[in-house]
Design a protein around this ligand. Structure first.
Ligand SMILES: [Zn+2]
Length: 191
């Protein structure tokens, strides 16, 4: 497997995880939402899929399918174009994935995660921590001082908590996510 393929697989997995999470918020079945996303994303004729197509492919109820499509539309994951039913001539909506806006959404989510990680790292660097050897509760220096270095829950003497390993993990993750954002932005703005 080449590096490029691995990146794409990670990218698709990230997208599906995002759809999964957002489905809970939007009160749609997450498994069904991911399946519909996959079907629309893999439609290769370039025509898009109508809600009728999706109904016959999945057997899900029209109402459920429409709710999922509505969620994709609101989140700028998918868009539609109007067309005519080939036989009846009735108006049909053909759905396809809006890959440019998906990239933008993914990058802004990664940036939000990055910001949280940086805040966390600052907090870890700026504070000294103490931990209860019994129940593993963590306290800042100020809290530990207030409790006279004794765990308020169980009375054990607090020990200094060396967080250098944790800082290292945070630093690595921050480096990775910065690189990902850089690569994603290259993809978006190169097209
Ligand atoms: Zn304790």
């Amino acid at each position: 497997m080449s590096g490029e393929e691995k990146t794409n697989a990670d990218y698709i997995r990230g997208l599906e995880m995002m759809i999964y999470r957002l489905s809970f918020k939007n009160e749609v079945d997450p498994e069904k939402a991911v399946r519909i996303f996959r079907l629309i994303a893999s439609e290769s004729r370039g025509r898009g899929l109508s809600d009728e197509d999706l109904e016959s492919l999945t057997g899900y109820r029209q109402g459920e399918i429409r709710k999922i499509l509505r969620m994709f539309y609101d989140l700028r994951i998918a868009g539609y174009r109007r067309g005519r039913h080939p036989e009846t001539g009735a108006t049909r909506y053909y759905w396809s994935i809006d890959s440019d806006s998906i990239n933008v959404i993914l990058v802004s989510r990664k940036k939000a995660v990055l910001q949280k990680l940086v805040q966390r790292l600052d907090y870890e660097r700026e504070n000294a921590f103490y931990v209860c050897p019994n129940d593993k509760t963590r306290y800042t220096f100020d809290e530990a001082f207030e409790y006279e270095f004794t765990c308020p829950k169980c009375g054990f003497l607090l020990e200094e908590d060396n967080n250098s390993k944790y800082i290292e993990v945070l630093e690595n993750r921050i480096r990775e996510i910065k690189k990902e954002i850089e690569e994603d932005e290259k993809k978006i703005y190169s097209t």
